[in-house]
Ligand binder design. Structure first.
Ligand code: DGY
Length: 443
């Protein structure tokens, strides 16, 4: 594969200076036991954000990375679900919508000691926990002994409460982390967009970011409707799998689920436990992912809408994420690399920064609007990890150089225009800072 070098300035960047700026961002966003993604737009602890943040914090202070993860595990529900937001009681209810009074987690039996949302996010936490365990040295096993049961509980919840045909389903676009991905346009068509909901509820996100860079009001009305329905059903997963209006199998979520089982196997070994059940679970999920979501014709993993039982044709960055799995059958990694470097994503090509979240060739591609095209550092890093898992080190390195160059050019923005490198969304975004620290520290 031909990989062009990133812009020549990359070589001249002062990595130490960038790392110092990144440290300032994660320290300013620390609120005593966890890191907010951003002070104004996301003023609480977000689930998958915390995992990416811990990957960066391990280089600054491994014990702080451990606290970040353990604090999130403190918000775990009795059924094992790790909620997508753990609310900070010191922040007022109206600072973020939907806040604690919307989700009403405290009304439920077996609720955690703090207010949380009731949905989940991609299970990337075991990857971070394994790294933190290794980084902590002699105290790593104490941390692992606390983290491992929570992580096993998280994956058991997914397996027991959230699968259809052996793969995890998401019941809200926010559960995928790629909220307004064009892949969700078709399944969301079945969800009425009732704009009168805004008579009762006020979006807070557009107070802090441009509305042209955020999901539309129509999509937001659908998000509210789906969350209200799940909440009013008591967060009952049997109900949501059979009657929910959005029940989708996402390749990114499932790829990370399988990858997390491999990380759990390593943690189990460190703790002197048998890793076999994690290894066989990773293999089982990988096989199901390939059988159900791989599209040879599209050269990528596709999402599946379980309601009509159809694959969704969109090529999104989520369909590249299963590249992190070392056990993919022959041919698939090569095909994924061809898609990654081909016209849909153009990764590694001159004038393209990182991995765009959506397909350049689709007319819905939008270089500024949230998950409909911009490059995000977390998904770019995940794809780089996948490339490394399959020996594509030059392109992996190029993507990490792109991450550094994006931050050097535009700051610690939430997401970036993949063509121009301009920054969008919120400023001083924690996972952009943390992942910068991580790629710089890992060289
Ligand atoms: C948001 O508020 O935009 C989040 O992505 C939902 O978790």
């Amino acid at each position: 594969m031909v990989v062009t070098r990133a812009t020549s300035e990359v070589a001249d960047l002062d990595h130490d200076q960038l790392a110092r700026m990144a440290i300032r961002v994660v320290i300013e966003n620390w609120h005593g036991h966890a890191t907010v993604p951003s002070r104004r737009l996301y003023p609480h602890q977000w689930s998958w954000d915390s995992a990416f943040i811990a990957l960066g914090l391990q280089h600054l202070a491994p014990s702080r990375a451990a606290v970040e993860l353990l604090s999130l595990f403190g918000a775990q529900w009795a059924d094992g679900r790790l909620p997508h937001i753990a609310f900070n009681p010191a922040v007022t209810d109206d600072a973020y919508f939907p806040g604690p009074s919307f989700w009403r987690s405290s009304w439920l039996e077996g609720h955690p000691p703090i207010d949380t949302s009731g949905i989940i996010q991609p299970p990337v936490h075991a990857i971070a926990a394994r790294a933190v365990m290794d980084r902590l040295g002699s105290s790593g096993l104490d941390f692992a002994a606390r983290a491992y049961p929570a992580l096993v509980g998280q994956n058991s919840y997914i397996r027991e409460r959230r699968t259809v045909d052996g793969l995890a389903v998401v019941v809200h676009p926010w559960e995928t982390g790629l909220d307004n991905s064009p892949a969700w346009d078709e399944p969301l068509r079945a969800v009425p967009a009732d704009l009168s909901l805004f008579e009762s509820y006020t979006r807070r996100d557009i107070d802090h970011a441009r509305s042209s860079e955020r999901p539309t009001d129509e999509d937001y009305a659908r998000y509210i409707r789906l969350a209200l329905a799940y909440r009013d059903a008591g967060y009952d997963d049997d109900w949501v799998r059979s009657s929910g209006e959005f029940v989708v199998v996402d390749p990114g979520f499932n790829g990370l689920w399988a990858w997390s089982e491999l990380a759990l196997a390593q943690m189990a070994r460190g703790l002197g436990r048998n890793p076999d059940r994690h290894l066989s679970e990773a293999e089982r999920i990988t096989t199901a992912l390939v059988d159900q979501l791989w599209s040879g014709a599209r050269g990528i993993f596709l999402a599946r809408d379980t309601r009509p039982g159809v694959l969704l044709g969109e090529r999104t960055v989520a369909g590249l994420i299963p590249l992190v799995l070392p056990g993919l059958p022959d041919g698939i990694p090569t095909a994924l690399c061809a898609t990654l470097t081909g016209p849909s994503f153009c990764a590694g090509q001159p004038g393209v920064h990182g991995v765009p979240s959506f397909d350049f060739t689709d007319p819905r591609f939008n270089s500024r609007r949230y998950w409909r095209g911009p490059t995000w550092l977390n998904t770019t890093w995940l794809v780089a990890e996948g490339l490394r898992a399959h020996g594509e080190d030059a392109l992996a390195r190029r993507l990490c150089d792109d991450m550094v160059a994006l931050v050097a050019g535009a700051g610690f923005r939430e997401y970036f225009n993949p063509r121009t490198g301009s920054g969008h969304g919120t400023n001083n975004f924690s996972w952009s800072a943390a992942l910068l620290l991580h790629v710089v520290a890992e060289g």
